[in-house]
Each structure stands twice: as C-alpha cells, then as structure tokens.
Ligand binder design. Sequence first.
Ligand code: UDP
Length: 412
Amino acid sequence: MTRPDRVLFAISDTGGGHRSAAIAITAALQLVSSREISCEMLDVLRITNFPFVRNAPNLYDQLSTRWLPLYNLTFEVTNGIRRVDVLSRLVYLQARRNIARALQSFNPDLVVVTHPLVYRLVRAARRTHRLSYRIVTVVTDLVTLHASWTHPDVDICLLPTDEAYTLMQRQGLSPSRMRRTGFPVHPKFAHYTQGQTESRHELDVDPARFTVLVTSGGVGSGRMHDLVLELERVYPETQFLVITGKNRTLQQQLLARRRSPHCHIFGFVQNMETLMAASDIVISKAGPGTLMESFVMRRPVIVTEAVGAQERGNIDFVLNHELGFYCPTTERIVDAVSELNNSDYYQATVNRLAVAVPRHGAEQIAQILLDQLSQTDRPAEYRRRPQRTPLRRWGRALRRGIRQRPSSETRL
Ligand code: UDP
C-alpha cells in the first residue's frame, strides 16, 4: 500500500489568520484531491524555545490589544531582509534540534508556510539535515509585506493580490518562483448556500432587520467596547452581531451591560460564514482573513483600524477597489453605516466585489500544492553537493581507498 502524501503547515498562532489560512487550504485539498493526503499543523515559533519568540502567540495577543505602538516599532525595526536573516540564524541556533525533531518525526513531502517568520527556520532545517521536502510559501498579507516574507531562494511563493505580487517582484523575487492566487479563504465561505433569512433563523435572530456584524480578529483587539455601545445608541432598530473572539474580558463587559434586544454577543465562533451570511455589512479591523472572508461572501466592509503595521496596506486595498470605508473614529463608523444602508450604493459595492476578489483562492492554492506533490525532483539545495571541508575530503579519500583495495579473491 502506498503511503499518503504528507503536508505540514508551518504556522504560528499570532492572531487567528495564519491558522485559518492553513485550515482553509487543508479543506480545499480535501475538496480538489481524489487521493488521501495527511495534513498536520506545527506552531514553529512556539517550539523554538527562544526567549520571546516561543511566546509569540501570547505576546501578539498582549501587544495587539494593549501595546500596539511597541508592536509597530518591533515591526519597523525588524523590517529588512538582512536583519531578518541575522535574527532567524540566531533563533535557529537555539531551535535547530527541536525543529529538526518535529520535521523528521512528521517526515513531510511538502511544507506549507503561512507565517512569515517561519520560512527561514524550516528552510535552514532542510539544508542542515538534508531533508527533501519542498516548501511553498502562502503569503497571508494583502499589500504590506514584512521583509520576512521575502527570500530570493524561495521554492515557490503564492501571492493573494496583484499588489503583493508587484511588491515581491520589486524586491527581486523572480516571476518563475511566484504565482498570483486568491487569498486562502476557507471553501465553506464560497460554498455557503443558505440565504440571508435562513442564516438568521439558524442563529435565532430577527430575520427581517438590517444587520451589522462587528468583529475584530481572532483576539478581539482594538476599541470594540465603546464602538458597540455607540452603535446601539445611534441605531436602536438595527440588529448587531458582535463577535469578541478570544477576548473574554470584552465579552463579559458587553454581556454585563443592559443591551438592546437586537444586539447579540458571541465569543469565539466556529461559524463565521453563517454570521457573515446573516449580515448586510461587516465592521472589522483590517485583518486580511476577515476582510477576504467578507469579500468572498460579497459583504461590504467598514474598516476601523490597522492592528499592526502589516495591516495598513489592507486599508488601501479596500479603498482602492472601493469595497467599503475606512473609518478611524467612532463618529465616522456611525455615519458609514447609514451610507452603506443606501441600497444603490450598497449594490454598486457588491458589484465591485465580484470583480475585485476571486472566491476560490484556497482551491487554486490546493491545485498548486498537488502539482508540487507530484514533482519527483528534489529541491535544488538538496541536490547541491555538501561543502568540501578538509575533514570531509580526508573522509572521502579514506573511503575511496578502502573501496579500491583489491579483495582477497583477486589477490589469490
Ligand atoms: N475568527 C474565527 N472566530 C472568531 C473570530 C475570528 O474563526 O470568533 C477567524 C476569522 O474568521 C478569520 C481569523 O479568525 O479567519 C482572523 O484573521 P484576521 O486576519 O482577520 O485577523 P488576526 O486574528 O489574524 O489578527
């Protein structure tokens, strides 16, 4: 019996987007492939055991909810290819055993990287231990790409927008190593078949009321509390579906207040597609995952803020393609809800969405992964001969000498 192909998703749980992308691609692989593929996920930063880096998921939660300027400063200070190379080497020195052990135990045919800080680590492990997996990088930012996404020797890099493709090209990545795909949105969004009314029934909310979804990434960051209260005050007849994600404090604060009967508070949800289908518009921070999911569901968005410098370009994406509004203050968000409630403007935005955003990015990516899995040649660096150090040269000479010594039969 042949062993199933093995795909390892190298991620880190900083925010919800990198894991969501990996889950989306896993689901798409199951849709498009007729053969069995075994998929697993590995939070590579967690296993580095390197101070701060191993705590990246918790640090991201803290920084993005409380210390955003410090997060942005870290982004700027590390945003250079040389700097990332040096930092990655440092981390790899400490992490190499753990990473190699994890990779060797899963023994993947293909590693799919959905987090920028992880690429250099899995590549270094491949080189040091002469492992033969191919690496596909799936970029999960739309426009502002941190330098860690860029590596001139990347096997193949998949980019979600024309903007990201052009930027990578400008940074010197060869077009032969790049593909422009859609964003890895879970196929459950594009394949969702229920109408708006049915979705509202499923959620047990008012089926006929204009409905606004308020969300802010996996960790529920930003200024959601005051925003929800103001929206409720100005629009008492509008229905709000508020997703607080992993932010328990925010959920409890909102639940503790006396709320309008049309405001529903959800914690971390697993059925984002139903909540989006039930809504007319989505208010969100500029998280690429949530934005793209809304666009695939053809819902206009109101973007409240960029949580982290890497999300800034996502605002440009929304504005350049006219897919919604960017409203950095509560007053402007409140005004934008009225503007989108205008049916002509609403329909025009939905029409633009159909042109600007492909719906089946994850399936497109899955097809490319299948193609990579079917290739039989090893990665270039695997084929490259190891460097000839004096010790290696002596070892080779000795082995050659032993092989060339005539056997006892020949001597007789
Ligand atoms: N998400 C979810 N349940 C929640 C909140 C968020 O499944 O309760 C998902 C959301 O659908 C999206 C991801 O988490 O796929 C958030 O990604 P995004 O890029 O928007 O922000 P991040 O959390 O990475 O900062």
